[in-house]
Design a protein around this ligand. Structure first.
Ligand SMILES: [Zn+2]
Ligand SMILES: [Zn+2]
Length: 258
C-alpha cells in the first residue's frame, strides 16, 4: 500500500514535471519574455530575464584581469596576481572572494529576478560553474549558502543563496551543507542606506554554526547572490572559521562597484 502510494506520487510528480515543461515551451512560444533591460524579446529561456545582446554587453570576469587577489575588487593591474591587494579588505576573515561580474546589466537583473523566483537560468549556472572551477575557489571541499533568517525564509519561501548552491553542488559534485550555518538575528531590513561600518555592525554575530563537526577542517565555498561591502560574507566566515573551518572562499553572482 505504501509502495503503491509512493509509485503513485512519483508518477504524479513526473506528470507534473512534464506538464510544467510543456507549458514552459508553450509559454515561450506564445508569450515571449521581454528583456528586463532593453525590452526586446529574450531569444532563449536559458538567458533568463535578459536577451543575448544585453548579456554580451554585461561585463563578465574572466579571472585573468587585474583584481585584488583577496576580495576580487577589479583594479588597474594588468593581470591577476596573488600579491595584488586593494588595501581595504585585510580585516575580512575569508581567504578570497570572486564574483561572475559587477552588479550591472544582465547580472543585476538576474540577481533581482532570483529574489522573486527560485530559478537559476542555465546561462547563469554555466557562468557560476566556470567561476567556481577557477583558482583559488577550485580548492573548496564543501558548499555553504549564506542563510536567511527563518522569518525571512518563511515570507520569501526560498533562499536564493541555496538555489545558487544547489546548482553548483550538482555541477561540481561538491557536498551541499544547508544546515550548519544559521542566521540567528534578522538585520536585513535595517541595512539599506547604511555605510560600510554600519553594515558590519548590524551583521556581526548574526550567524552561528550549529554543526561544527561538519565544517571542521573543510575549505568552505560560501555562496551568496551579491557581495556589497563584504560585511555579510565576513560575518559568516568568522562563524565558520571559529567553528573550525580551514578556510572560507566566497562566490557570488555579482559584486557591487564599491
Ligand atoms: Zn536586452
Ligand atoms: Zn581587496
Amino acid at each position: 500500500m505504501i509502495l503503491a502510494a509512493k509509485i503513485f506520487s512519483q508518477k504524479k510528480a513526473q506528470k507534473m514535471f512534464l506538464t510544467r515543461a510543456i507549458s514552459d515551451c508553450l509559454l515561450t512560444l506564445s508569450y515571449p519574455q521581454s528583456c528586463a533591460i532593453c525590452g526586446r524579446s529574450v531569444e532563449e529561456r536559458r538567458f533568463g530575464v535578459a536577451c543575448e545582446a544585453c548579456w554580451r554587453a554585461t561585463r563578465i570576469v574572466s579571472g585573468t584581469e587585474g583584481m585584488c587577489w583577496k576580495c576580487g575588487l577589479l583594479s588597474e593591474a594588468d593581470v591577476c596576481r596573488d600579491d595584488v591587494r586593494c588595501g581595504r579588505c585585510e580585516a575580512q576573515p575569508f581567504t578570497a572572494a570572486r564574483a561572475i561580474g559587477p552588479y550591472k546589466g544582465a547580472l543585476r537583473e538576474s540577481v533581482l529576478e532570483l529574489k522573486r523566483q527560485p530559478y537559476l537560468p542555465p546561462h547563469l549556472e554555466t557562468l557560476l560553474l566556470a567561476a567556481a572551477r577557477r583558482q583559488p575557489l577550485d580548492q573548496s571541499t564543501r558548499l555553504v549558502p549564506v542563510p536567511l533568517h527563518p522569518r525571512r525564509f518563511r515570507s520569501r519561501g526560498f533562499n536564493q543563496a541555496s538555489i545558487i548552491a544547489q546548482a553548483i553542488s550538482k555541477g561540481l559534485g561538491l557536498p551541499l551543507d544547508d544546515v550548519s550555518l544559521v542566521r540567528v538575528s534578522s538585520t536585513e531590513k535595517y541595512r539599506a542606506g547604511l555605510d560600510a561600518k554600519g553594515r558590519r555592525d548590524t551583521v556581526a554575530g548574526a550567524f552561528e554554526v550549529r554543526h561544527p563537526r561538519l565544517v571542521a577542517n573543510e575549505d568552505i565555498l560560501l555562496v551568496d547572490d551579491v557581495f556589497t561591502t563584504g560585511a555579510t560574507v565576513s560575518a559568516c566566515s568568522e562563524a565558520l572559521i571559529t567553528a573550525g573551518a580551514r578556510k572560507v572562499l566566497v562566490l557570488t553572482i555579482s559584486r557591487a562597484l564599491l
